[in-house]
Design a protein around this ligand. Structure first.
Ligand SMILES: *[C@@H]1O[C@H](CO)[C@@H](O)[C@H](O)[C@H]1NC(C)=O
Ligand SMILES: *[C@@H]1O[C@H](CO)[C@@H](O)[C@H](O)[C@H]1NC(C)=O
Length: 370
């Protein structure tokens, strides 16, 4: 569990039903038999402080204001989906692999996700391939240390820990977004998608060859609904909820490919459990039915500049000179124009845990027994 308590009153009011439902699901689902071990690979959607630790970038308040009360390097006002997933297992929040000051032995795993990461090109920090190489290094070092007589060796992840661990992957959004921002046409962007999928496929295969058996793959969200994209793209063809149709169409094609790839791998890797989670459907529902969740302006950022409709200005972004942030982040889906608020993340996590968006339907704690 996080060591920081929750103070925000308005936040509690909105989240109270969510928390009740989470509790209920867990009580039904039962607990973990083995201590959970999770390795996560991805981008800002699941970076718990890796960019800041790795490159020394500064991410300042109001990032973190709603939960941690300080910036932790997460791109949100509070917790990310992965934080809520960890909390559902009663395990501590996942530490960034690159954070040398956390004083952690990484007993519950490590987070390799870094803000801005894509799958391609392969040898640029922190592409998926680099994150994977970091994991391989981490693993061999942990096993090497565990074989010494160091009194701390019990605290390191064992070979069996690596085999029983959950391997999570949430990447691809930046591959698509970067292609569009380079000015590529929709058809050119779409042509690149198979290469991205094949990077993810090869990552899963490498982890499988290393002994990993449990995989949890998030698809990508509706890119065309991000205030940043909406404010920066000029020729606009909107879908019925005001999102950029071509961006969302590309995201959906990517997701179809990812789903298909997961199905192939289930046949190819006989002992693998691969769960595919439809994050797109969850996030799009938040936007399409924002009233049901007490969100006010689903396409407007809480923290940014410029006011309606999107409150995003590329020169005055959240945390940088002249920005403004809304009073109640819990009324917004978008925190800074690109990333979701803690409240939105909590709802996304609750839906991920519901199993309704998972193929095959699988409880999140399936990998830790019980
Ligand atoms: C987490 O803790 C709660 C309350 O103690 C318990 O009911 C639940 O089963 C635990 N969950 C897991 C996955 O261990
Ligand atoms: C951002 O700054 C650049 C360079 O000064 C300028 O050309 C552009 O119009 C600005 N964009 C916005 C949205 O203010």
């Amino acid at each position: 569990m996080a060591t920081v308590s929750l103070h925000s009153h308005s936040f509690l009011l909105v989240l109270f039903p969510v928390i009740l439902i989470l509790r209920h699901n867990l009580a039904v689902a039962g607990g973990c038999q083995l201590p959970p071990v999770i390795f996560n690979f991805g981008d800002s959607n699941s970076d718990t402080g890796g960019l800041v630790a790795g490159l020394g970038y500064s991410i300042v308040l109001p990032y973190g204001r709603s939960f941690f009360r300080r910036s932790t390097g997460r791109l949100s006002d509070g917790r990310l989906v992965i934080d809520f997933l960890c909390q559902s297992l009663n395990t501590s929040l996942l530490n960034p692999y690159l954070d040398s000051l956390v004083g952690s032995k990484f007993q519950n795993g490590a987070n390799f996700a870094i803000v801005g990461s894509s799958t391609l090109p392969r040898y640029v920090p922190f592409a998926l391939n680099i994150q994977l190489m970091q994991f391989l290094h981490f693993k061999s070092r942990a096993l090497e240390l565990a074989s010494t007589s160091d009194p701390l060796k019990e605290m390191l992840i064992s070979d069996s820990g690596f085999r029983h661990a959950l391997y999570m992957i949430d990447i691809g959004q930046n591959d698509i977004a970067d292609s569009f921002s380079k000015g590529l046409s929709y058809s050119r962007v779409v042509k690149l998608i198979p290469n991205v999928i094949s990077e993810i496929k090869s990552a899963i295969k490498i982890l499988y060859d290393e002994g990993g058996r449990k995989f949890w793959v998030h698809n990508t969200g509706p890119l065309g609904c991000l205030p940043q994209k909406l404010s920066m793209v000029h020729s606009k063809a909107f879908d019925k909820h005001g999102c950029l149709a071509s961006y969302n169409a590309a995201a959906k094609l990517f997701n179809e490919g990812l789903d298909h790839m997961c199905r192939e791998l289930r046949t190819e890797l006989k002992e693998a459990n691969i769960v595919y989670v439809d994050i797109y459907a969850i996030k799009y529902d938040l936007i399409a039915n924002s009233n049901n969740y007490a969100f006010e302006k689903p396409l407007m950022a809480c923290c940014g500049y410029g006011g309606p409709p999107y409150n995003y200005n590329v020169n005055i972004t959240c945390g940088n000179g002249g920005f403004k942030s809304c009073e109640e982040g819990s009324r917004f889906i978008s925190w800074d124009g690109i990333h979701y608020t803690e409240t939105a993340n909590a709802i996304v996590a609750m839906k991920v845990l519901s199993m309704q968006y998972s193929t095959p339907p699988t409880p999140f704690h399936f990998f830790c027994g019980g």
